[in-house]
Design a protein around this ligand. Structure first.
Ligand code: MG
Length: 307
């Protein structure tokens, strides 16, 4: 099959969704997007690499396509945005033939349609291993993106959903935890709700594990965190999974001490796990212990996590 034939097959698979503002979509040298006044565009890019982020045996093509987009959508959710469009490039090894590519795009297209994310461009090439690179663009009303840097001492620290399910699912490859691993969901509606409520002082998505992501939020805000309440651990997962497992794609956020954060949103629990403090330098205390950031980091081999 030639690249042109492959591209034609892919184009037929993609939803014909004009999410507004697309002047030129697929098929030209560039996509052209007309921006709307009164909004800020959010851009995020993500690499998804065989052997680093997934194994082909454990992630069917359909779910790989879905997950590649989910990772970007989760960043948009973290800032309270609505997705608009994406561009996706693939390097394909010999084992990923046209059936694999069809399934990959079927999964991607399904989620793109559900979330009203238009696919406006991309590239294809051959490679020794499968590499997927996705750029997702979203939008928020001007100046209203939720950021990581606004946490202040006294704020409550919250997480959505349950943590550790993806890590458990990587091991068991089955059941509800297996679905967390293969088909995580970006918290787009929750992110938008939190942004509109206006009580959130800082937010980010939990892609790399609570221990690492909470540390990042603290660093960005110049504060520390005390986690002294039970974590909402996914049924069957360990505390280690919940702290360091990563890939849960839940939202981590802080809210002013007087905020009335509800207990759940659309049946997703919102759990307070601790409090922001002014301790310097930034760090995370977990039930009296200093918690080292131990989540997913492809550049680190040693993962000793607690003092
Ligand atoms: Mg993120």
């Amino acid at each position: 099959m030639t690249e042109l034939e492959l591209l034609k097959r892919i184009e037929r698979r993609l939803p014909d969704s004009d999410t507004g503002g697309i002047v030129i979509g697929l098929g030209d040298d560039c996509a052209a997007i007309r921006t709307q006044s009164g909004e800020d565009l959010l851009y995020t890019t993500d690499l998804f690499v065989e052997g680093t982020h997934f194994e082909r045996e454990s992630l069917p093509a359909r779910w790989a396509g879905r997950k590649a987009l989910t990772r970007g959508l989760s960043d948009i959710a973290a800032m309270g945005g609505e997705p608009r469009f994406c561009l996706i490039s693939l390097a394909l090894p010999d084992w990923a033939g046209s059936r694999w590519v069809d399934s990959f795009y079927a999964g991607l297209a399904e989620l793109a349609q559900q979330t009203r994310t238009a696919v406006v461009g991309g590239d294809l090439t051959k490679g020794n291993q499968l590499v997927c690179d996705i750029v997702v663009c979203g939008a928020v009303p001007r100046g209203q993106a939720m950021r990581r840097n606004g946490a202040r001492p006294g704020d409550g620290i919250y997480v959505s959903g349950h943590l550790g399910g993806a890590a458990l699912g990587r091991r068991t490859q089955s059941g509800a935890a297996g679905r967390c691993h293969t088909r995580p969901e970006a918290r787009l509606r929750l992110g938008k709700y939190l942004r509109k409520r206006g009580e959130v002082t800082a937010a980010m998505d939990l892609s790399d594990g609570l221990s690492l992501d909470l540390f990042r939020l603290c660093e960005a805000s110049g504060v520390s965190a005390v986690v002294d309440r039970p974590l909402p651990v996914f049924h069957g997962a360990t505390i280690e999974d919940a702290l360091h497992g990563g890939e849960d794609y839940e939202l981590l956020f802080t809210a002013h001490r007087d905020s009335r954060v509800r207990r759940s949103f659309e049946r997703v629990p919102l759990t307070r796990i601790g409090t922001v403090t002014s301790v310097s330098p930034p760090g995370v205390m977990f039930f009296g212990r200093n918690l080292k950031p131990g989540g997913w980091d492809p550049f680190r081999s040693n993962t000793d996590k607690c003092d």
